[in-house]
Design a protein around this ligand. Sequence first.
Ligand code: ZN
Length: 192
Amino acid sequence: MRYFDLPELSSDLLQKLGVKDLRKIPINPAIDAKPFNCLSNVNSYIELYGGSVQFGWIFSCLGHIAVKMTAHAVVKSPDSSLMCITPNEYRAELLKFAPDDSVEKLVHGGFLPTKIKGLIDNEPLNKYIDIEKELDKLRLNSKGVVPQIEIQRLKDKGAELYPAILSLAKRHTGRNNQCYCGSGKKRKKCCN
Ligand SMILES: [Zn+2]
């Protein structure tokens, strides 16, 4: 199971996530821009071409049971239009982006945080989310270099919960929904 891009974010879901303003913005990777380096990509871009940094969030879904919001930086042109210039493996078209200036305060040593929200109240899921939160905190506080032993400890804890998470995701994915595994296919043409 891996995180995947949802084709649409329903207004109900956006409300749960506390998102009021969702834009669909073009992705035009800049030459020399690197994946996962959005802030430094944007800073290099505006040095050359002008504009400013717009912080916000992008979204990915885990098995229709949790949504991860990843802080992201894009270019704000002088005419206020937004453009993502960071290459992205699995989002080819428009990027669903929620502008949020308060993200700037959360940037730590050049690293951007994530937030994760369970869509169902379930004990193993809540524990799983706590592990993800702990991992993200470690990543931010150690400038991305988390000691391997810490990563392994958290991965082991996550692995114990995984069977329960998987069966929860199965229960919450209809046959015509995107498969919980993250393949991008409909479930009926993928896992059963
Ligand atoms: Zn599948």
